[in-house]
Design a protein around this ligand. Structure first.
Ligand code: CP
Ligand code: NVA
Length: 343
């Protein structure tokens, strides 16, 4: 496992304040939105991760980077990790989080999304949204003059993918050339992981039941990026084949939030896609198990795998905070307040 020592060595190679990817991303991303992981180039993704590693190692350097910045979290769906990692993250950089529960009053119902945007931008510096419709996020982004961040929609979960690939870098040193396998529903998490994986040069294999493949536009885009980056995207309906030679096997719930009415129908369809010890044994010996969480224990993954030695699920959860801190620093121009960057 890529230990703290490895990360410290890597950090020592090129100081973050001189890293050209980080400096270019700081200039390009200030004031931008993150609706899709596809909004980021390969070098911007690498920049977020490099900064995320530094934030994790040296949190005190960033203690006042976002002093007095206000972040609103407007969530139409439940959350543990995303809410708390954003709140703790901004609090540890001097900013403040305001949680606005939209679970009983979906965005756009009481007033138009454009009008919400034109109000909220007057009070806060960044809007973090968790929604059903992906269009709610793009519409907010089109109308707000402050950055809008997708904290999960029905179509994508970009912040999750940033943390997950940061975790893979931590574990393996680099994501480039890794065999990354996702088995289960071709859903929001799957979409963001596919795009993030190929941006970083990983070979991405997706194993889903028939009828539950990822969106064709995402597949096409991922294949285009993969071609540029010398890696590949494979789709299969055979979970065992998907797991062969994998360095990482990732799964998610087969019933996402908002799809609960399909639970009974989906359970038998997804049973062959359960990640259990037999499936893990098809992967490489060094393989890790990943899950965005929350997990439905002994449905999409067994206890033995989730709690086993190959599982890195809680490192993923921890890294949500560090990766999002890096993202917020770049979107809000926070590096200007970090001494080592402004010298
Ligand atoms: N992985 C994730 O987004 O978790 P929450 O739904 O708890 O935020
Ligand atoms: N696919 C899941 C992810 C939860 C973090 C959902 O949308 O409910």
């Amino acid at each position: 496992m890529a230990s703290k020592a490895l990360l410290e060595r890597r950090a020592a190679d090129v100081p973050v304040q001189q890293d050209k990817d980080i400096l270019a991303a700081a200039a390009r991303l200030a004031g931008e939105d993150l609706c899709s992981i596809g909004d980021l180039s390969s070098s911007e993704m690498r920049a977020i991760m490099k900064l995320g590693h530094d934030v994790k190692l040296n949190p005190r350097d960033y203690r006042h980077a976002l002093d007095a910045k206000q972040m609103v979290l407007m969530f139409e769906k439940a959350s543990l990790r995303t809410r708390l990692s954003f709140e703790a993250g901004i609090n540890t950089m001097g900013g403040n989080a305001i949680f606005f529960d939209q679970t009983n009053s979906p965005l756009g119902e009481r007033e138009s999304i454009a009008d919400v945007a034109r109000n909220v931008e007057r009070w806060v510096d960044v809007i973090v949204l968790r929604t059903y419709a992906h269009d709610t996020i793009t519409e907010m982004a089109a109308n707000a003059r402050v950055p809008v961040v997708n904290a999960l929609s029905d179509f994508e979960h970009p912040c999750q993918a940033l943390a997950d690939f940061m975790t893979l870098e931590e574990h393996f040193g680099s994501a480039t050339g890794l065999n990354f396998t996702y088995v289960g529903d071709g859903n929001n998490v799957c979409h963001s992981l596919m795009l993030a994986g190929v941006q970083l040069g990983a070979n991405v294999t997706i194993g889903t039941p028939r009828g539950y493949s990822p969106d064709i536009e995402i597949v096409t885009k991922a294949r285009e990026i993969a071609e540029q980056n010398g890696c590949e995207v494979k789709l299969t309906q055979d979970a065992q084949a998907a797991a062969e030679n994998a360095d990482a096997i990732y799964t998610d719930v087969c019933v996402s939030m908002g799809m609960e009415h399909e639970s009974t129908k989906r359970a038998p369809i997804f049973r062959p896609f359960q990640v259990n010890e037999t499936l893990m044994s098809k992967a490489r010996d060094r393989a890790v198990f990943m899950h965005c969480l929350p997990a439905r224990r002994n449905a999409e993954v067994t206890d033995a795998v989730l709690d086993g030695p190959q599982s890195i699920v809680f490192d993923q959860a921890e890294n949500r905070m560090h990766a999002q801190k890096a993202l917020l620093l770049l979107l809000l121009g926070g590096l200007a307040n970090v001494e080592k960057f402004s010298l």
